[in-house]
Write a protein that binds this ligand. Structure first.
Ligand SMILES: Cc1cc2nc3c(=O)[nH]c(=O)nc-3n(C[C@H](O)[C@H](O)[C@H](O)COP(=O)(O)OP(=O)(O)OC[C@H]3O[C@@H](n4cnc5c(N)ncnc54)[C@H](O)[C@@H]3O)c2cc1C
Length: 112
């Protein structure tokens, strides 16, 4: 996804609120149950950049990749892709990044 196509932060918040309204509707009208755990994440886990020296991140907490074709980060032998790089996006784009990173890891391990 091009940076210019990414929704503004306000739009992401509105989208998350819409998702929570859907979850609330599910609680009110869904199956009878004792507990519903809502586990929706829309921001990167800050733990990884905080505990990994040499891994460059943006001010939004996303991981910087030096090369989108491979997913290589600023830390040697660390690859990244998906939402932690682009911010909230789609399954398709995350899968594509994972596939490209896996191919590059394979080439790296084979010494190519
Ligand atoms: C409510 C909601 C609805 C969505 N609907 C759609 C949709 O309809 N279609 C669509 O294309 N996309 C949708 N998306 C976006 C889509 O889910 C994401 O773009 C996609 O899942 C990103 O995949 P990922 O592998 O990059 O990250 P994730 O799927 O978030 O996977 C990251 C994983 O890393 C784990 N993790 C985090 N920190 C650590 C750590 N320190 N150690 C170990 N593991 C860790 C997390 O638990 C998680 O399992 C939706 C997102 C949300 C939140």
């Amino acid at each position: 996804m091009l940076k210019s196509q990414r929704p503004a932060f306000g739009a992401e918040v509105a989208w998350a609120r819409w998702q929570l309204r859907q979850a609330t509707w599910l609680l009110d009208s869904g199956p009878d149950c004792d507990v519903v755990v809502i586990a929706i994440g829309t921001t990167p886990n800050p733990l990884v950049p905080r505990t990994t020296t040499g891994l460059e991140t943006t001010r939004h907490g996303t991981v910087v990749v030096k090369d989108e074709a491979t997913g290589r980060t600023t830390k040697d032998r660390v690859w990244a892709g998906g939402d932690v790089v682009t911010g909230a996006a789609t399954v398709i784009s995350a899968m594509g990044a994972g596939k490209r990173a896996a191919a590059d890891m394979d080439a790296f391990l084979r010494g190519a």
